[in-house]
Write a protein that binds this ligand. Structure first.
Ligand code: ZN
Length: 156
């Protein structure tokens, strides 16, 4: 792990940025995880680069509860999609499938409680029911990673 302190922050332009570089080994690839955080403006950024680049569109099927533990490595260029929900999410870093599900759940809960439109609220409510089934492995679904930079992958 490498740590660089007092770097120039791209947001507030002060020398208060800490950059951490970590290497993570996976079964068939290596990832370089870069995290930046600024003690002045509080900005936080994470990005990932893979040693061996992947295809720009990859998909993983989640069939049961055990599959929820699979890892998703996604760069800042990646779009994480669940076709069964017709939704996508941008989130970079290293996560489990379960973490990603929670990300989608948060968006939908927000819509369910705060959307102005009644139809949008109802739609969110129905999609949440699907997510509850995803969470306990009762309903199969797919996760798609679209990343033109080739820095995203799944790890089982
Ligand atoms: Zn800053």
């Amino acid at each position: 792990m490498e740590k660089l302190e007092k770097q120039l922050c791209p947001f507030c332009h002060k020398n208060t940025l800490t950059v951490l570089e970590e290497e993570k080994k996976f079964s068939n690839n290596k990832a370089f995880l870069l995290s930046m955080s600024c003690s002045n403006c509080g900005c936080k950024e994470t990005d990932v680069e893979l040693e061996t680049k992947t295809e720009s569109k990859i998909e993983l099927e989640i069939k049961n509860e055990r599959d929820l533990k699979n890892k998703i490595i996604s760069s800042s260029e990646a779009k994480i999609k669940i076709p069964e929900l017709r939704m996508d999410l941008v989130k970079s870093g290293i996560f489990s499938v379960k973490d990603i599900i929670l990300g989608f759940k948060k968006i939908l809960e927000e819509d369910r409680d705060n959307a102005e439109d009644q139809i949008a609220r109802k739609k969110a409510k129905n999609l949440l029911k699907k997510i509850w089934k995803f969470e306990c492995g009762d309903l199969k679904f797919r996760i798609r990673l679209e990343d033109k930079s080739g820095n995203s992958m799944f790890d089982k």
